[in-house]
Design a protein around this ligand. Structure first.
Ligand SMILES: Nc1ncnc2c1ncn2[C@@H]1O[C@H](COP(=O)(O)OP(=O)(O)OP(=O)(O)O)[C@@H](O)[C@H]1O
Length: 250
């Protein structure tokens, strides 16, 4: 469903060229949750921005549901849902108005959008918030609304960038519930995070990025067999040595 092949991106930093993403390849099937993991600066966000079509790759390609980002950016965007910790909301709209507005931006038929809005509001327990102004929501309520918004156009592929950043224990639990909804719906999901403990519980397969390169890719069992280590923290410690301190393990 999501295919990433030899994606590469260089940046010019002063007089030197640095390679932020270096020939990264992976595939994600329907109903699969893939953790794109790595310490700060590993290249996670740059990879996601190339998949979304926000950044042109210097090499390689990404395709969503058979459509390549570089060739058919609109078709790709309509098939992607994106949720990030820094998502904004429209404070003067009610939650319902905002959700329907986003559905409309994606060209979803009005009757279908209303139906989806009710269904997702039920699943994510925000029915009681639909007629409130988005600007008055608490952080946790806002998070739920943002998660619903990412699904309003029913995309087959979801990208979640640091979805648990800044959330309390209830907020983190919400992400786990959301992930079940995505799995049930057969979405192909990419979760970018440096929270290895959460990733281990959330994801079916993992891609371990370091210095722009995908060093390991596979299920937890495959990674264990490949590295002889039992968990992601130990695998990363081996991979990046002293730099492992920048990977959150709490
Ligand atoms: N626009 C840019 N210009 C120059 N360098 C950049 C640019 N964007 C990213 N980089 C560099 O590319 C590397 C990868 O950055 P990226 O944001 O993809 O990492 P990340 O894995 O998402 O990190 P984090 O977990 O800290 O968000 C970093 O060294 C970063 O400084």
């Amino acid at each position: 469903m999501l295919e990433v092949q030899s994606l590469t991106k260089h940046f010019q930093v002063g007089d030197t060229t640095m390679t932020a993403v270096d020939g990264v390849s992976f595939n994600i099937a329907r109903g699969e949750v893939f953790g794109l993991l790595g310490p700060n600066g590993a290249g996670k966000t740059t990879t996601v921005r190339m998949i979304l079509g926000l950044l042109d790759p210097d090499g390689g390609w990404a395709s969503v549901d058979g459509f390549r980002t570089a060739d058919q950016p609109i078709a790709v965007k309509s098939r992607l849902g994106f949720v990030s910790a820094s998502d904004g909301i429209y404070p003067w709209l009610t939650v319902r108005e905002m959700l329907l507005y986003f559905a409309d931006l994606y060209g979803v038929d009005a009757a279908l959008a209303s139906e989806r809005c009710e269904h997702l509001a039920d699943r994510m327990d925000i029915q009681h918030l639909l007629d409130r102004r988005a600007g008055v929501l608490s952080t946790g309520q806002r998070q739920r609304v943002t998660l619903v918004r990412g699904l309003i156009h029913d995309p087959p592929v979801m990208l979640l960038d640091e979805p648990t950043r800044g959330l309390d224990v209830v907020g983190v639990q919400t992400i786990f519930e959301y992930m079940e909804i995505l799995r049930d719906a057969g979405k192909a999901v990419v979760v970018c995070t440096h929270r290895l403990d959460e990733a281990e519980r959330l994801c079916d397969r993992f891609g371990l990025l370091h210095n722009g390169q995908l060093k390991h890719c596979g299920s937890m069992q495959q990674l264990r067999d490949e590295t002889g280590r039992q968990n992601l923290v130990d695998i990363f410690v081996d991979l990046i040595g002293d730099g492992a301190g920048s990977v959150a393990v709490e």
